[in-house]
Ligand binder design. Structure first.
Ligand code: PLP
Length: 353
């Protein structure tokens, strides 16, 4: 606290990202990174771009990347917005499309950055409780709102809302923007991008951080009706003209182009997830159905925080949220099979000493 701070800053409670520890040899299953590296074609493209041209500003519109994303999803570049990670895209979404008199709605258990953006921009919001089984009940969103946003699959639960339910939500809320944050959609879900042409109020946000193993490059995007995209461009061009640098644009274009590698690592993560869920259930865990690259699980015989601490003592970090309804759960990122085996061995030791 300092007398030089603005009142906005004084009142902020910033988002706290998962820890990025400096210690070597940790098994890091706390921030849903991909355990595999990015496509070799991404590294080649970045190396190629690492040249004297770095003295020049990048394309402020990152048109090569917009064209690549549009081509991949059968859209036009005018339906694509790109940003410095999907967190930045989401920040612009809140300001450009979700700041209205009526409250923006999101689930009570959801991505914890959403209320932070609301506080930053002074956006009225209301949390809509998930059902007892941690599902999003679309009918609960039939109330006056200035927009709706949630991740699908939801985070940190991993639970997927079927596309038919999203379409029902869109039809129920034609007067407001519905944002589907698909950070984890490539691990077994069906994207709502196919609904864009029928629903001008739909915006889908995705990231290259998870399924394309590029959390370190910071590239995210939104796709939707051109009028929604224009709103995002207006905010972006009032904030930072060059959110994506030359290396990020080159790497992201290569990542989108290498579909084969992308499909291969997604399948590997899905296979490991299913094996991990089976083993956790055998150990007595309750595991929520996951279509993400993480699982959300609790053990009836051990406190969640204590379990997270005991794992950490053994060099394994997972995410624990001290929040109502979920403080007994651990969110565990799906690692390689070898990392999952080390995790399971540690859990056996902790639970059955
Ligand atoms: C639901 C959700 N949305 C968005 C993000 C942001 O991802 P990034 O900024 O790396 O694109 C995350 C990151 O963990 C997430 O869990």
């Amino acid at each position: 606290m300092s007398k030089y701070w603005s009142t906005v800053v004084r009142d902020l409670t910033p988002y706290v990202p998962g820890e990025q520890p400096k210690l070597a040899n940790l098994i890091k299953l706390n921030t849903n990174e991909n355990p595999y590296g990015p496509s070799p074609r991404v590294l080649e493209a970045i190396e190629h771009e690492t040249s004297e041209t770095l003295r020049l500003y990048p394309d402020p519109n990152a048109m090569r990347l917009k064209e690549a994303i549009a081509g991949y999803h059968g859209l036009s570049p005018q339906q694509v917005f790109v940003g410095n990670g999907s967190d930045e895209v989401l920040a612009h979404v809140f300001l450009a499309l979700l700041k209205h008199e009526r409250p923006v709605l999101f689930p009570d258990i959801s991505y914890s950055f959403y209320p932070v953006y609301c506080a930053l921009y002074g956006i009225n919001h209301r949390a809509v409780p998930l059902t007892e089984s941690f599902a999003i009940a679309v009918d609960d969103y039939r109330q006056a709102n200035g927009g709706i946003i949630f991740p699908n699959p939801n985070a940190p639960t991993g639970c997927l809302l079927p596309l038919a339910e999203i379409e029902r939500l869109l039809k129920d809320n034609e007067e407001s923007v519905v944002v589907i944050d698909e950070a984890y959609i490539d691990f077994g879900g069906e994207s709502a991008i196919s609904l864009i042409d029928r629903h001008p109020n739909l915006l889908v946000v995705q990231t290259l951080s998870k399924s394309r193993a590029l959390a370190g490059l910071r590239v995210g995007f939104a796709v939707g009706n051109a009028a929604l995209i224009e709103a995002l461009e207006r905010v972006k061009n009032s904030f930072n003209s060059y959110p994506l640098d030359r290396l990020a644009i080159a790497g992201a274009v290569a990542a989108i182009a290498d579909r084969e590698y992308f499909e291969q690592i997604c399948q590997a993560v899905i296979d490991s997830r299913e094996a991990l869920i089976r083993s956790l259930v055998e150990l007595g865990f309750r595991v929520l159905p996951s279509k993400a690259n993480f699982v959300f699980a609790r053990h009836p015989a051990m406190d969640g925080a204590e379990l997270a601490r005991s794992l950490r003592d053994r060099g394994i970090i997972v995410r624990h949220f001290k929040l109502a309804r979920i403080d007994q759960f651990l969110r565990i990122t799906v690692g390689t099979d070898m990392q999952c085996d080390v995790l399971l061995a540690a859990l056996r030791e902790i639970l059955h000493p």
